[in-house]
Design a binder for this molecule. Structure first.
Ligand code: ALG
Ligand code: ZN
Ligand code: ZN
Length: 329
């Protein structure tokens, strides 16, 4: 018997959903994101969850290589219906978990090439990919893969950090540099890209000048305090436009959240967003052509009570919900 047939799953509109938590307890294995099927248990997927356990690009605390499984473990309580957006993200589309790709922890260029090729393969049948990192270095090969099919991409980047720095110890590929490389390589739409949640000390004022030249607009974490969430959603939507304006990639560094809401990360900065602010902002992404997304920098060794893992799992749920709503009807 196929092991997939032994578990009670919800099935709606031809899509295989979660293991039914009212018939098999949540704490029973196996662990996939939100107890969804593995990719090899379904014939195709509209959205594939991909784990990238890579953290060889970090500048401070290591450990984001353990992020994917931590997020999966913290995602077991997600339920099928999103009342805020009135959508069932796992019924409206087939979501499946590929598991993790194994990438070289000792050779960053080799790892980046492997990530790009894995994502290219997974997208071949038209599936979108939601990547669980891993450190922020991985955004570069993900954007390289998407640019081949879509051309220039608006990057919506949630982070405490700009990640448009140039080099560390002479290294070009690190978690502080992916968006400078992406801009230099012509991957991003410089009129429609934006950082949200920026805060904390920089190396110099020039970091901001460079960032502007590289094509990013900045929404600061402080703006949540002074302007409020709705005004930030307005700014975000004005910058990104709607689906006819072009593709959008969403990259979410969990350290955009305040360390109170995401202690389990490698380069924490005080004064960040609440998880409520982040989840609410993501609900503003309806009517956009989101071609892919990542959630990075979850480092479980510094987490407590799954705080960071739960936040990341809910961030993924919001993204899957807006992807479901944005499907052509
Ligand atoms: N992408 C993340 N999380 N952090 C970048 C920090 C780079 C630095 O150490 O200055
Ligand atoms: Zn960051
Ligand atoms: Zn980052």
């Amino acid at each position: 018997m196929n092991p997939a047939d032994e578990v009670p799953r919800t099935r709606e509109d031809g899509n295989v959903g979660q293991v039914d938590a009212t018939r098999k307890p949540r704490f029973a294995e196996p662990t996939t994101f939100a107890r969804l099927p593995r990719l090899d248990e379904v014939s195709r997927a509209d959205v594939t969850i991909l784990g990238v356990p890579f953290d060889s690009g970090v500048s401070y605390r290591p450990g984001a290589r353990f992020g994917p499984n931590h997020i999966r473990a913290a995602s077991k309580l997600l339920r099928p219906y999103h009342p805020g957006l009135d959508v069932q993200p796992f019924a409206a589309q087939q979501v499946a978990d590929f598991g993790d790709i194994g990438v070289n922890p000792f050779d960053i260029s080799d790892a980046l090439a492997a990530i790009q090729s894995a994502v290219t393969d997974l997208r071949r049948d038209g599936s979108k990919v939601l990547t669980l990192g891993g450190d922020h270095t991985i955004a570069l090969p993900l954007l390289r893969a998407l640019h081949r099919d879509h051309g220039k991409i608006a990057v919506l980047h949630f982070d405490a950090h700009l990640d448009t720095w140039d080099t560390y110890f002479g290294a070009h590929y690190t978690h502080g540099t992916p968006f400078r490389r992406a801009s230099e390589e012509g991957l991003i739409d410089m009129e429609r890209s934006q950082h949200i949640g920026i805060r904390g000390p920089l190396y110099s004022k020039k970091d901001l000048e460079d960032d502007d030249v590289l094509g990013f607009q900045i929404v600061r974490s402080d703006d949540y305090q002074t302007d409020g969430v709705s005004s930030i959603i307005d700014r975000m939507r004005r910058r990104l436009g709607t689906s006819s304006d072009g593709p959008v990639y969403v990259s979410i560094d969990i350290d955009v959240l305040d360390p109170a809401y995401a202690p389990g990360t490698g380069t924490p900065e005080a004064g960040g967003l609440t998880s409520r602010e982040l989840l609410h902002t993501l609900r503003g992404l309806t009517d956009m052509n989101i071609i892919g997304a990542d959630i990075v920098e979850v480092a479980p060794a510094y987490d407590h009570a799954e705080i960071t893992g739960i936040a990341a799992a809910h961030v993924a749920y919001e993204l899957l919900s807006v992807l479901a709503l944005n499907r052509p009807r």
